[in-house]
Design a protein around this ligand. Sequence first.
Ligand SMILES: O=C(O)C[C@H](Nc1ncnc2c1ncn2[C@@H]1O[C@H](COP(=O)(O)O)[C@@H](O)[C@H]1O)C(=O)O
Length: 425
Amino acid sequence: MVERYALEPLKSHWTLESQYKRWLEVELAVIRAYEELKVAPKGTYERAKKNSYLNVEEILETEKVVDHDVIAFIKVTTSKMGDESRYFHFGLTSSDVVDTANSLALLRATRYIYAELENLHEVLLKKAFEYKKLPTIGRTHGVHAEPTSFGLKYLSWAAEIERNIERLKNAMDEISVGKLSGAVGNYANIDPEVEKLALSYLSLKPVKVATQVIPRDIHANLINVFALIASAIERIAVEIRHLQKTETLEVQEPFKKGQRGSSAMPHKKNPILCERLTGMSRVIRSYVNSALENIVLWHERDISHSSVERYMFPDITMTLFYMIKKATYLIENLTVFEDNVVKNIDKTKGLVYSQRVLLKLVEKGYTREEAYKEVQKIALKCWENKSSFKNEVKNYFKFSQEEIDEIFNPEYYLRNIDVIYERFK
Ligand SMILES: O=C(O)C[C@H](Nc1ncnc2c1ncn2[C@@H]1O[C@H](COP(=O)(O)O)[C@@H](O)[C@H]1O)C(=O)O
């Protein structure tokens, strides 16, 4: 993970020491289950916990010799244990520990992400209501289309985050599984009751069927939801970047006191945060492919997925956590130049009301085809010579001033938005 983007508490969550602590948590849960099931003598769990020796440096030194990270961990951790070390890792395979601990790590990291996402959702909704009545120009294909509500932009972002919250909930539920079923997942050397009990101490459920590992489609689903969230944030960032173009200037991302935009051009305020969020979203999406590739392992497993996950799990959760926090800051502190938002509606001198003119003519008795032809003729002329569509329409179709005022009114386009907003109460 790039230090620049690593925020607490995620940063500490992914240190090597934290990883070994989670491995130990799993190993101890198994010992506790053995004791509960009277396989291990009373007090074994407490003694094993007290006498386990977690020393990162020594584990790494040992790994240099044995070239197996879990074995190195077991050797060092049990090195100061007494007789209870006999129950340590009893009947387990390395991935029982690694995979169960991975679920714990992902779940805990995702809980931080979830809380931040709820925060972002709330901020977006608040802004959606704040700008509900502000008319703006809707653009399709980048071309002025018809007026709409500025708040609807935020509402559509909030709705997307709402869907992602639901998806995240489901993915978290799916990843709340562990496996303690041994070398090929068939409980040959471990009682399924030990798994059930030990996982219950960790608030996990046994995965329905495992090989040596938990099936990777479960992890891929979570990674995919992360990518959806990143894309939702990128959609916000890209919109802001477009609206911050000098020609448009409807919004401006926060520019702190003392901040400088350009080393060469002192006048500049650039949308650097939005551009960073756009880039980060690309990085997060690129992990979806790796996560999908991890699904297909040889037979009961190979270990090609392991290196991928060492990059992917910390990187993706830390990057996403950073993105959501920054997106919330961005939305809360975005400057909206309301005058420009309204002014830009008239950049095409009324062309954006062409459909209203067309429908008015149909109401007056024109066929749709006739009306379209007539309106397009005038509209294209106005595009070319930059004249006022409003004036041309008034003169050509002999509309009264009252009709013109009614047609060329941005407020008209907001008349039904309450129906949409009602869905968010
Ligand atoms: O319980 C077992 O260990 C069973 C064994 N399978 C393994 N299960 C879990 N870890 C294993 C396994 N094999 C190797 N290693 C060690 O995993 C580490 C992989 O390192 P990396 O590719 O860098 O992520 C790296 O440290 C490897 O040494 C099997 O033969 O089925």
